[in-house]
Design a protein around this ligand. Structure first.
Ligand code: ATP
Length: 434
């Protein structure tokens, strides 16, 4: 379980040229400034796992800001500098970013606090990190290019597919690491080192998750939601009773985990019809599908990043029983189907499809998606004005009437629509005159 520095150098050279060039230039800049520079963390982990990773994190023993400015001269991107933290970010033309930090030591004033920072060496910079597999660095300076820095046995753990923390209080100091462990366990199909597991259970036993703000929990949960391995993460979190300890309404059944697991196959099956939807929304709806209506709002605080997403999810969940009730009818009118679904997101429609195993419901959902969801009329208020109809609530009555006829297949062309609008206007006027 050892890797020679020369092998590491070879691995760097096998990277896509664009990435290698960046690392090579970083080494040059380090040499010029007479500072040691390393690529660290997830990048190194994924290099050994042969997984492409464009998140280049550099650590500089010296002045990260000056380094960022110099490197940017070579790479010609944009810099964002955070002088008070000694960190910087380069945004390259291809949209990728490079993070640069001054080697630093972090310490916690009290458990679960946000860390305080001070300047330091690569050792302390690695020691502040979460798991051994994320604690490796590779030096980039020319004379030592490819030198692996692995103080904590990360390489062996990687080979043994093991997630291990660096010290016993790791989860107590930063309970978000519990979620990070879950994410890496699920993503790489690794297992938790026995001792690490006992540290985690101890932190959970001491209810450390309750010390995190909803926002910090949300950030971690959203990362987990975005991973392909979500169902595996859920299984792990259920085993460790993590979700119910955050909120006791969050009990994820095996059926839910199976549904989450099936999303991929539906995505493949419907790749043309549902191609540009946000699949994370579908995942959250499935996750919360067994939760009582009153508890939904509280739980959405843990999953939703913005108002729009939140309301799409909320409406999808809240409307479910009403939609299902209607869609089991044998001879459902097309317009009625349209009306019951058209205010809902497409994510909600896919959620219902996955959630329900009723053949009628599924048939109607598909019929709506293929035939009705994009139905629109061609005439507008402007056309009604041309007909000398006085603007007012009557416009909506007329346009809705025409839309209904269109959906039922009674009108096709613009002219048909216009004629029907006229006719309906007359009828409405007639009614009022009576
Ligand atoms: P991903 O592949 O999901 O991006 P990553 O390991 O690159 O994984 P980041 O969240 O980008 O994850 O973090 C970058 C590095 O910072 C990690 O590799 C780890 O060393 C360190 N790190 C991030 N969060 C923590 C934390 N809560 N505690 C300790 N170290 C952390």
């Amino acid at each position: 379980d050892v890797i020679e520095d020369k092998d590491c150098k070879e691995l760097l050279k096998k990277l896509p040229k664009e990435i290698y060039d960046i690392l090579d230039k970083a080494g040059d800049v380090g040499d010029r400034l007479n500072e040691k520079v390393y690529v660290v963390g997830g990048f190194v982990r994924d290099l050994f796992l042969n997984v492409e990773n464009w998140d280049i994190d550099l650590v500089v023993e010296g002045d990260g800001i000056a380094f960022a400015i110099e490197l940017n001269k070579e790479l010609k991107g944009n810099t964002k500098l955070y002088k008070e933290f000694g960190t910087g970010m380069l945004e390259l033309e291809n949209g990728k970013t490079i993070d640069i930090v001054t080697a630093r030591r972090e310490y916690y004033e009290y458990p679960a606090a946000l860390p305080k920072v001070e300047k330091s060496t690569i050792w302390s910079d690695l020691f502040r990190r979460d798991f051994t597999i994320n604690c490796m660095a590779i030096q980039l300076n020319k004379d030592n290019q490819g030198k692996l820095i692995d103080y904590f046995g990360g390489f062996t753990d990687l080979k043994n597919k093991r997630i291990r923390v660096l010290y016993n209080l790791s989860f107590i100091e930063d309970p978000t690491r519990i979620f990070r462990a879950i994410r890496f366990l699920a993503r790489y199909n690794f297992s938790l080192d026995e001792e690490t597991k006992s540290f985690m259970e101890q932190a959970l036993g001491e209810n450390m998750l309750s010390k995190l703000s909803n926002d910090r929990i949300k950030e971690e949960l959203v990362y987990i939601l975005k991973e392909k391995s979500l169902s595996e993460s859920l299984r792990l979190m259920q085993d460790l009773r993590i979700l119910s300890s955050i909120n006791n309404n969050l009990n994820i059944s095996n059926e839910i985990i199976d549904k989450i697991n099936s999303i991929k196959s539906y995505q493949d099956q419907f790749k043309d019809i549902f191609k540009d939807i946000n699949i994370v929304l579908v995942k959250v709806m499935i996750l919360l599908s067994e939760v009582e209506a009153e508890a939904i709002n509280g739980l959405l605080d843990l999953f939703c990043v913005n108002k729009e997403i939140r309301s799409k999810i909320y409406n999808g969940l809240i409307s479910k029983s009403k939609v299902y009730e209607l869609l089991v009818e044998e001879d459902l009118d097309k317009y009625c189907l349209y009306q019951s679904l058209h205010t809902l997101s497409r994510e909600a429609i896919l959620f219902y499809y996955i959630d329900s195993d009723n053949a009628y419901i599924r048939h109607y959902l598909m019929f709506y998606t293929l035939n009705l969801q994009n139905k629109n009329i061609s005439i507008t208020g402007e056309d009604l004005k041309q007909l000398n109809i006085k603007p007012g609530p009557i416009y909506k009555d007329i346009l809705d009437y025409v839309l209904e006829a269109k959906i039922k297949g009674l009108v096709y062309s613009y002219e048909d629509e216009l004629a029907l609008a006229k006719k309906h206007y007359k009828a409405l006027k007639g009614e009022k005159n009576v």
